[in-house]
Design a protein around this ligand. Structure first.
Ligand code: SF4
Ligand code: ZN
Ligand code: ZN
Length: 303
């Protein structure tokens, strides 16, 4: 397998090309920058919060945004600590090392501080799939953290695999309103209190983000969260992988179809927003999902 640009040995072959290490790194950065440009994700002078778990994807994103936008923008790293022993505590150490080494300002917000419980503790008393509760708290805290650090946008390292999962999950649940809020620039962008989310890695897949981090010497652990792979998302994730193996290009087609459908909808279509009675952040209901969950957790015994 030869690099399509220089003819030397290729290290990867995907929809984005068959490339050697050097040309792959170059193309990866070009695709990220062209996504930023095409969707107007970052404007000069904006303060960008990078949602940084300390994993390979978010460190790669922080690496590229720091490399190209540090002079024109302020970059701050925000980390949500779910409280998962043997997993998040390790990635947080990696995140701190990285931010200290490259002089990136960082802030950490934890489930424990917000809801009084770690994810490990929540799983001991709460029935159901851990990711459901975790997703509610993480989405809330990312927005809360981004507001607290006065960010104009929050950049997440969601890649093509993550987004294809989101699209299929929304389709299977017949939730078109939610699906059309996906994309490179997502969220209810006109609502005060919501920091818009941007996804510069939308057109890069899992295999590419993993290789990019390795080739750039980004230290990352490759063990997944102990609660990953359960429930609906786990099922969809496995099905998409199988689909991609049998029909190459499926993930990209899923994303492209979503982007086409999205064109017919406005960013805030179908959403009527109130303010949460407890925290004051925008919410579809009188009390937001995170405050409702927090109330439930406070009442259940701490383990
Ligand atoms: S896999 Fe589930 S429990 Fe683990 S961090 Fe992700 S959402 Fe939370
Ligand atoms: Zn090459
Ligand atoms: Zn609330």
């Amino acid at each position: 397998m030869e690099c399509e640009i220089c003819g030397s040995e290729a290290v990867i072959s995907t929809n984005n090309g068959t490339l050697c290490a050097e040309h792959f790194k170059q193309r990866f950065e070009e695709i990220t920058l062209s996504t930023i440009k095409r969707y107007g994700l970052i404007k000069k002078g904006e303060r960008i919060a990078v949602a940084n778990s300390g994993g390979k994807d978010s460190l790669s994103l922080l690496y590229i945004l720091s490399k190209y936008f540090k002079k024109s923008n302020e970059i701050v790293s925000i980390t949500i600590d779910e409280g998962i022993k043997g997993y998040r505590d390790k990635t947080i150490e990696i995140m701190k090392d990285y931010c200290n080494k490259y002089e990136v300002e960082y802030k950490i917000y934890s489930y424990k501080d917000f809801a009084g419980r770690t994810m490990d503790s929540i799983t001991k008393t709460r029935t159901g799939i851990p990711c459901s509760a975790c997703g509610v708290l993480r989405r809330y805290l990312i927005n809360y953290a981004a507001s607290e650090v006065h960010a104009d946008k929050v950049a997440t390292a969601h890649n093509m695999d993550d987004e294809a999962e989101n699209v299929i999950m929304n389709l299977v649940q017949n939730d078109i309103d939610k699906m059309v809020r996906l994309g490179a620039y997502s969220g209810i962008i006109k609502e005060k209190g919501f920091v818009p989310r941007i996804k510069p890695f939308l057109f890069l897949n899992e295999k590419e983000t993993m290789l990019f981090s390795m080739l750039n010497g980004i230290n990352a652990i490759h063990t997944p969260c102990p609660y990953a792979g359960m429930g609906f998302r786990g099922l969809i994730s496995r099905k998409i992988k199988q689909m991609e193996t049998e029909f190459t290009g499926s993930k990209r087609n899923v994303i492209n179809a979503m982007l086409e459908i999205k064109k017919g909808y406005s960013a805030d279509s179908g959403i009527k927003m109130n303010k949460c009675r407890y925290c004051g952040f925008p919410s579809a209901n009188d009390i937001c999902e995170a405050c409702k969950l927090k109330e439930e957790l406070v009442k259940s015994p701490v383990v």
